[in-house]
Design a protein around this ligand. Sequence first.
Ligand SMILES: C[S@@+](CC[C@H](N)C(=O)[O-])C[C@H]1O[C@@H](n2cnc3c(N)ncnc32)[C@H](O)[C@@H]1O
Length: 303
Amino acid sequence: MSPGWIDASLFRDFQAEGTAAHRLCTMEDGWVERFGHDILISFKRVLVRERLIQELKEWADGIPFKFERIFARFVPRKSEQREPPRLICGNPTENLQTIATERRLKFGIDFGAGFSVGLFPDQRENRSFVRHIAPKRLLNCFAYTCSFSVSAGYVGATTLNIDLSKKSLARGRENFALNSLSTTGHRFINDDVMAVLPRLAGKGEKFDVIILDPPTFSRSPGGKTFHVEDDFEKLLVDSLELTERSSHVLVSTNCSTLGEHALEVMARYGLKAARRAGTLRRSPPLPDFPPGTGASSIWLTLR
Ligand SMILES: C[S@@+](CC[C@H](N)C(=O)[O-])C[C@H]1O[C@@H](n2cnc3c(N)ncnc32)[C@H](O)[C@@H]1O
């Protein structure tokens, strides 16, 4: 058994806090996540997938933890080659959806909806920080399935969600419903973030929390591209127009070339360009993600 597996005491901590969406193992060229009763293996080499399946069974017996299905997805170098996870163990006639909890909030998981299943466990602490801040108005850029907005809505915020994917925003509405939260007072805009931000600024809209967690690369239906390494600074500067004193901005990415230090440098440039002052705070480490894995994030607090 390799040392990358979480131990029984951490597993029990997750159970106790009502979290069933987390990593189980991280090794070179592969990792294993739990979503409720289901397992997702991500692998870069077939041999690693086989080893993770074998070790998963040994690990689960030792905890003990009874899982239902195993899905596996190949992690290609190019995102265009991404495919949905495939069922490799479990009942093939069951639907591909399930529900996973994180600190007792519920999130819909869909193993058939594409490469990503609906919730990114490496944003857990950032979602909790949103709950801790208890914002009044949260702007969720690149909202995906609106997990940050559900966290904010749970503590009384109204939210504005922007995403190019209509389907993801529809799943976001479903996530509100799963937690018995009404979507009244929450807005969902199916458009390009880079086009929407100046429109919001023109209307004088302000937010006390802004989430910036863009993909590494994307292309809008109009053909406009977003490259995180080139465009993050402009994204940050445009979003700062929508903040007031003491607003918080999450600057986050899973682009492997942009670590926390690079994000800090970029954030300082962004502040200077926007003629604003602020303090930076790194997110606390996650116990199920070894250093250097998962998203890099910093929180910016405006002065
Ligand atoms: C990495 S996911 C965001 C994850 C999300 N922050 C979370 O934690 O759940 C990227 C999302 O950005 C959306 N997206 C990509 N480019 C976009 C753009 N230019 N404008 C709006 N949404 C975009 C995609 O449709 C996808 O849902």
